[in-house]
Design a protein around this ligand. Sequence first.
Ligand code: XMP
Length: 485
Amino acid sequence: MYAEILPFQTPASEIAGRQPVGIILSGGPSSVRDDGAPRCDAAIFELGVPVLGICYGMQLMADMLGGVVEPAPEREFGHATVQVDTTSSLFAPLPEAVRVWASHGDLVASLPPGFRAVGTSDNAPVAAMENVERRCYALLFHPEVAHTERGVDILEQFAATVCGCDGDWTMTSFLDEATARVAEQVGDGRVVCGLSGGVDSTVAAMLIQRAIGDRLTCIFVDNGLLRLNEAAQIEGRYAEQLALTVVCENATDRFLGALVGVVDPEQKRKIIGGIFIDVFEEVAGRVGHFDFLAQGTLYPDVIESVSVVGPSVPIKSHHNVGGLPERLSFELVEPLRALFKDEVRRLGEELGLDELFVWRQPFPGPGLAVRILGEVTEARLAILRTADAIVADEVRRFGWYRRLWQSFAILLPIQTVGVMGDERTYEHVIAIRAVDSRDGMTADWARLPDDLLAVISSRIVNEVRGVNRVVYDISSKPPSTIEWE
Ligand code: XMP
């Protein structure tokens, strides 16, 4: 099913112009009782199109349609159990009790006229409500986060049963449309594309090549912050398996030189982003003339870069979004802008990309620099690389690599006391992070089997010189992030 995300103040007339079959009002951090809280155009409820309110979206719907929203006696945050009414279309295939993820400080104290409660939890008398005649539905919890069991089923019920979507927006139909769009945009121009070795940029390049053939040139920059043997593996795979023209540039010394003495996470990210742009610009200038710059931008990047009101607060600067286009005066080609990661993977399979690329776990642009807390040095990179390779090895051996969104090691900036043989040691600590996620926007720590954790820990302490302790990160996102910096 195809969906777009629009700012809250988009006029109902503009929304109607897009001919939606359903509208979802999302959650958000405000309270409807706050001055300046975001409010949608009231005419949205008069379009005759089904509306689903989620969390803040439910409170807004209740408030705008004549209900009463009040502060809850206790803020509900985290797991909750909701008793659902399975006579509601939203919950028809569900059991009567579902575990959900909730995060709200307000509750609906009195329903708007014509609505009935179809879900209830200990802290929220109205955890879900509907008005079938008006085609309005709402949930106080978050069906879109991985922590809500059957959340996807609830969204699917809304899309399929209430809105009548039949799910024919497939990757096969997308591939043909996207190829035609690129061919039309580029005409007889030339495109340069940065490859990271990850699935997004690889799939973007393959799709563009399908549209314009050898008028595409790719650049792969080795920043010296990749994992063990990774640069050579990536270069090898590009050369052997994909008929792409790739220029490989080893810029390790420039990146590591600029990181000497730097410990602040944002400063690391900015330095790495800046040098990446310099190197990319130099290589592109050396290779030829280009009219377009291709990027594997995905929909989450697009959403995160829209500032709706006032300055948005960046959580981390992602150097692959922004930066490059501003400096190089190329027109952008971004064929994956409408897609999420799981869709890009399906598109990769459609394009015949092999499993090692398609199922490569995401890896951040600034690489191991954001997994070495404190200064990035050759010696510390060597410790992290060896530990990280052990994590990857064992996770694969236990058959968990594809099940996890990411699994990796982090080098902490502290030393702890240990004992090896009869000797006291005072050495580094490695943290292990493994998470489940659908798109990286929310994540839960993975319940890895004890045996896997045990073998990772003993191998790291035995095989990585300078490490005497291994810890496992049991935080979810939010409130933590996936990467430590
Ligand atoms: P966080 O740490 O923000 O990460 O929870 C969410 C996802 O994004 C990846 N990540 C990056 N990817 N450039 C990237 O291409 C970056 O600068 C960057 N920083 C984080 C992270 O690995 C996770 O999958």
